[in-house]
Design a protein around this ligand. Structure first.
Ligand SMILES: C[S@@+](CC[C@H](N)C(=O)[O-])C[C@H]1O[C@@H](n2cnc3c(N)ncnc32)[C@H](O)[C@@H]1O
Length: 353
């Protein structure tokens, strides 16, 4: 893509797909088409949400009244390209409810190719400035443990916590992520159960001083039911007086104008990223469109989440028999305010009846 090229990006929702149209005014070169590939390492930088598996979408190219061409993807109905098809885009429907759909890969949205690049693409999260305050915070609550990490991944938090003498165990869906953890020094001392942290049981139950779920991973559970189950599962693992800690973002709906369902969060010459929100179901997705500047090839990814409010998490905790004990704007116990973009919340299992 040349500097100075004028591009138009259009997003159109159909019943079962989102169509992305990238139009430029140059006629001299048509994009070469190719299958999607995973996002670049910094595709979600600053958002704390990891690049995950691409959902394949196809691209096509239409040359229109010269000099103009349009690349499209996501039009499963095949209407794109038919005469008149673009003149009356359908009204934007609400998103279909994402109700705990299990992704096809047994490793979920963190399969081998994502796991292989996780530590590098999340390098900022491994820096002492980011990591140390979270490990300090969790260590204080865990004491000697045992502690249970939901979505333990490659051991970013678990390994430094274990290095401080805490007995840490974990649950994760992704064997590929856990293989990275177990390959690191000390990793073989951290037992991990492969399964869904909303339902998987570790040990006899009721023995953990601390359970924790960090880095927005609660939003990987794409239904309210699954999030409620996650709180119940955490509570079932805690000893009386034990704590459950969640670090996650505050839904950023103030950036969503009335009547609109997409919010861009990255716009450059070659990459466009936007969130889609369904404010009825709280389903959301992060979506990525990228054009290779060398070849003009394009690709599209979508990642499902369910956004969840702090007060809603408190209610889930109450349903599970837990009580809010602390809420901070970050790991360094920054005050939680109306401007906080994230929160670190601590719920407690009552020590007595
Ligand atoms: C963003 S990574 C976080 C990893 C690690 N906690 C960290 O902070 O670096 C999310 C991890 O949660 C796992 N995960 C996502 N949803 C899960 C689920 N429902 N059950 C178990 N693991 C899940 C993924 O496989 C992945 O390893």
């Amino acid at each position: 893509m040349q500097v100075g090229t004028v591009l138009h990006l259009a997003l159109r929702a159909t019943d079962d797909a989102i169509r992305v149209e990238v139009t430029d005014t140059r006629a001299e070169r048509l994009p070469e088409l190719r299958p999607p590939r995973p996002p670049a390492a910094d595709a979600e930088s600053g958002r704390g949400l990891l690049p995950v598996e691409a959902r394949a979408m196809r691209w096509d190219v239409a040359v229109e009244a010269a000099p103009r061409k349009t690349g499209r993807t996501g039009d499963r109905a095949g209407a794109a390209g038919k005469p008149g098809a673009r003149s009356r885009p359908p009204p934007l429907p609400s998103l279909p409810m994402v109700n705990g759909d299990a992704p096809r890969d047994p490793d979920g949205y963190f399969p081998e190719r994502i796991a292989a690049d996780y530590d590098r693409s999340s390098a900022r999260m491994f820096t002492p400035e980011v990591l140390d305050p979270s490990v300090d915070f969790l260590h204080r609550l865990a004491g000697d443990g045992p502690a249970l990490e939901f979505g333990i991944g490659t051991g970013r938090i678990a390994l430094p916590l274990a290095a401080r003498g805490v007995d840490v165990r974990g649950i994760d869906l992704s064997e590929a992520m856990v293989a990275r953890l177990h390959a690191k020094p000390g990793g073989d001392q951290v037992p991990v159960s492969i399964g869904d942290f909303a339902t998987t049981t570790v040990g006899a139950g009721g023995e953990f001083a601390l359970a924790y779920l960090v880095f927005n991973t609660v939003m990987n559970l794409t239904s309210q039911d699954a999030q409620v189950d996650c709180f119940r599962n955490a509570a079932a693992h805690l000893a009386p007086g034990g704590r459950f800690v969640v670090e996650t973002m505050v839904p950023d709906l103030r950036r969503l104008p009335h009547g609109q369902e997409a919010v861009p969060f990255h716009v450059s010459d070659t990459r466009w990223a936007f969130d889609r929100y369904d404010v009825v179901t709280q389903a959301m997705s992060s979506n990525y469109v990228e054009v290779d500047p060398e070849t003009g090839q394009g690709s599209y990814w979508t990642i499902p989440f369910r956004y969840v409010w702090p007060a809603e998490l408190d209610l889930m905790a109450r349903l599970a028999g837990l009580r809010l004990r602390e809420r901070w704007g970050g790991w360094e116990r920054e005050p939680f305010t109306g401007e906080s973009g994230q929160h670190v919340s601590v719920w407690e299992k009552p020590a007595g009846p």
